[in-house]
Design a protein around this ligand. Structure first.
Ligand code: HXC
Ligand code: NAP
Length: 282
């Protein structure tokens, strides 16, 4: 039986990442899984890495069915030595590392005045420290090779802030600044560093930690001008695009993929058509 197409891969030529090696942290679940599936479908050898190996099962099973070349490794991005040996090991085995996606994250909602030091640290160490460690150790190989891409997943509250997620917003803000800094530092050496800022999309981690009940989920959904959450494949398609050769002159950028949520325009005048006139576009 024919397997269904990988939606996020359909916009790029089939061999876009052929013979290249990509590491996706947190690549077994949520958005990371969709990026990994897209990279593998477009020819890359994909390594996914995170703490819980049972999270890797679905990707490994699909890879077998589709004939993708993939690998799954255990990693806690909070541990610099683990990040270094995992990345050095990839380069030893495969001879190269072309792409890094810093996707692993932790998050939960907690008013800042109740956030313990340990809770702050838990998120900062995964999101900001973990991104720094992986970027640095992957960067060393990419600088030597004179090419490579790094993609960091942030959120629009990296520049707007957001009540209830001071830890995550601060960490993502740091990651965004790190992206721009590395982009400038490494541009002369052929290494591109970009970010994407997705709006809300459904994942087990987000649902469990950020919108556990239907009412909250609906409130968030209705505040998005497009009136819906992002699809994970829809976001992954933009990640693949930024990593690919069409964006060879793009570095230090952050692509917002949020259905208009961060425009902050509200809908104050949305129903303000002239009395008696139909509210239809002319
Ligand atoms: C208050 C909390 C808490 C909560 C944990 N803590 N959850 N405090 N409210 N809901 C506190 C604990 O009490 C503890 O502090 C400290 O945080 C560390 O908790 P641990 O459970 O030991 O941490 P750990 O096992 O390291 O787990 C990390 C985690 C967890 C971040 C807490 O949520 C996780 O693993 N998440 C991964 C998946 C995930 O979050 N995905 C969502 C991505 S969505 P004390 O002081 O008690 O010791 C996203 C962007 C969304 O990032 C943007 C939408 C627009
Ligand atoms: P998710 O499925 O919960 O993904 C988080 C991943 O990070 C998991 O695979 C987890 O795997 C891994 N991870 C967590 N802590 C780790 C650690 N210490 N070391 C290694 N891996 C770790 O969540 P998601 O919603 O898809 O999020 C993906 C990215 O999108 C994140 O950067 C998130 O901040 C961002 N984002 C999400 C949304 C949203 O609405 N969902 C919006 C904007 C941005 P293990 O548990 O196996 O370690």
């Amino acid at each position: 039986m024919a397997l269904p197409p990988i939606q996020q891969a359909k916009w790029l030529p089939a061999d876009t990442f052929k013979n290249e090696v990509a590491l996706v942290t947190g690549g077994g679940t949520g958005l990371g899984l969709q990026i990994s599936r897209g990279l593998a479908e477009l020819g890359a050898q994909v390594v996914i890495a995170s703490r819980t190996q049972s999270n890797h099962g679905p990707f490994l099973e699909e890879a077998e069915a589709r004939g993708w070349s993939v690998e799954s490794l255990q990693l806690d991005v909070r541990e610099p030595a683990q990040c270094q040996s995992l990345i050095d090991g990839i380069v030893e085995r495969h001879g190269r590392l072309d792409h890094l996606v810093n996707n692993a994250a932790g998050n939960f909602v907690c008013p800042t005045h109740r956030l313990s030091a340990n809770a702050w640290r838990a998120v900062l160490s995964i999101v900001l420290d973990g991104t720094f460690y992986c970027s640095k150790y992957a960067g060393r190989h990419m600088l030597k090779a004179g090419k490579g891409t790094q993609l960091n997943i942030v959120a629009t509250y990296a520049w707007t802030g957001m009540p209830g997620v001071a830890h995550s917003a601060s960490a993502k803000s740091g990651v965004l600044t790190l992206s721009k800094t590395l982009a400038a530092e490494w541009a002369p050496h052929g290494v591109r560093v970009n970010a994407v800022a997705p709006g809300p999309f459904t994942s087990d981690g987000a649902k469990g930690n950020l919108w556990p009940d239907d009412e909250t989920e609906e409130r968030i959904r209705s505040s998005v001008p497009m009136g819906r959450f992002a699809g994970k494949a829809e976001v992954a398609a933009q990640c693949l695009w930024l990593m690919g050769p069409a964006c060879s002159y793009v570095t230090g950028d952050c692509l917002t993929i949020d259905g208009g949520l961060s425009l902050g325009a509200g809908r104050l005048f949305a129903d303000g058509a002239r009395p008696g006139k139909k509210d239809t576009p002319r």
